[in-house]
Design a protein around this ligand. Structure first.
Ligand code: KIV
Ligand code: ZN
Length: 388
């Protein structure tokens, strides 16, 4: 099986949908440039029919991005496709991403149609979009809740109509990993023309399964994953791309896959998206959270000072972050206190480590986290210690 996994970013589309206020063109361009630097293969720049500003953003991004492929979302509506094409006219390479609900719920209660109509619409609009490019992605919206027999039919017919990528979204984050991987496996086993298209997955995080489901799908043969930086997106968000990329790297032998991500850009891209979108990154967020490389307990800190591999499965410099953080708290041991004093240029002879450590624990119990300047005061300002 082909090892290459295409990384499709939808921070500017699905991610942006979830923000309290929408992004303007210059903000979106800054994010797109960061995504390109990070090695993202496909940037879903927006949903151009949705507003004039969104149209302008897609146009500007198309004009400025050199390497990544630009993608725009469109419903199965002719005007959506026409406007998407217009917005991407200046792009070096572009993709039209068409979606249509395929679950019974979406077909009957949202679209007020029957499944036969859905098949006809999907085929018609994939063919229509093929007038503008060979690169068509068709998404079976709510695939996670679509019956397998309906999924086989729509996947087979849209490939036949010319879709080069078939996306299987778990739109409401309903599945769990072995269930989702089985859907992909079933498609490979039951759709005869499946190898004519790339199978993509797009997982939402309603049950906290988005990343796990995407990885399970890769193990069943999906070769495109969709997600967002920091996992922002509708409701509980989308699969976090920095997590997916890092899992592919750390587990590359087990998964037998590769991608084009420039890992050193992960940290910066994450910060840029957080700052522009005004969405703080949780402290304990995997890979990019403030605490992802911070060690707090004395035993862990001592272990890390001896050999980082004791408590780190990869070093922060891999994602472009320079420092490992050893938190100074009441759980810290003498080793880390000595380490910080050494970093500030003090040798063992300059201060009494045992006394410093006793006072350090007293202050840490009062204040929580301490910093290097606290250590200096405790080590050298005797009157201060009397007040503890
Ligand atoms: O979650 C979803 O189903 C989507 C589609 C438009 C791909 O975002
Ligand atoms: Zn989505």
């Amino acid at each position: 099986m082909n090892q290459q996994v295409i990384i499709f970013d939808t921070t500017l589309r699905d991610g942006e949908q979830s923000l309290q206020s929408s992004l303007n063109t210059s903000e979106k361009l800054k994010i797109a440039l960061a995504l390109e630097k990070m090695g993202i293969d496909i940037i879903e720049a927006g949903f151009p029919i949705s507003s004039p500003e969104d149209f302008k953003s897609v146009q500007t991004i198309s004009n400025n991005i050199k390497h990544a492929r630009i993608c725009s979302l469109a419903r199965c509506v002719q005007k959506d496709i026409d406007i998407a094409v217009q917005a991407m006219q200046l792009a070096k390479n572009f993709r039209i991403h068409i979606f249509l609900g395929t679950s019974n719920l979406h077909v009957t209660s949202k679209l007020k149609k029957n499944f036969k109509d859905i098949l006809e619409m999907a085929v018609y609009f994939v063919k229509y979009a093929r007038n503008f490019t060979d690169d068509i992605e068709f998404s079976c919206e709510d695939a996670g809740r679509t019956s397998m027999s309906n999924l086989y039919q729509i996947v087979s017919k849209t490939i036949q109509a010319g879709a080069s990528t078939i996306n299987i979204p778990d739109t409401v984050g309903f599945t769990i990993p072995n269930q989702f991987s089985k859907i992909i496996q079933n498609l490979y086993e039951n759709v005869t023309n499946i190898h004519q298209a790339i199978i993509s997955v797009h997982c939402h995080n309603d049950l906290g399964m988005a990343v796990a489901n995407s990885i399970a799908a890769i193990q069943s043969g999906a070769r495109q994953v969709e997600g967002t930086i920091n996992g922002i997106g509708e409701r509980a968000g989308n699969a976090a791309l920095e997590e997916l990329a890092m899992i592919m790297k750390i587990k590359s032998k087990l998964l037998n896959v590769k991608n084009n991500i420039n890992y050193k850009e992960i940290y910066n891209t994450s910060r840029i998206v957080s700052q522009i979108c005004n969405v703080p990154i949780p402290f304990n967020k995997a890979i990019v959270g403030k605490n992802a490389f911070a060690h707090s307990s004395g035993i862990h800190q001592d272990g890390v000072l001896k050999n980082r591999e004791n408590y780190e499965i990869f070093t922060p410099d891999l994602i472009g972050l320079k420092t490992v953080k050893l938190n100074l708290t009441s759980r810290s041991g003498r080793a880390v206190v000595k380490h910080y004093m050494g970093k500030m240029g003090y040798s063992n002879k300059d201060y009494d480590l045992n006394l410093l450590y006793i006072n350090f624990l007293k202050l840490a119990d009062q204040k929580g986290q301490l910093f290097d300047y606290d250590l200096e005061i405790l080590a050298f300002v005797k009157d201060y210690n009397k007040l503890l």
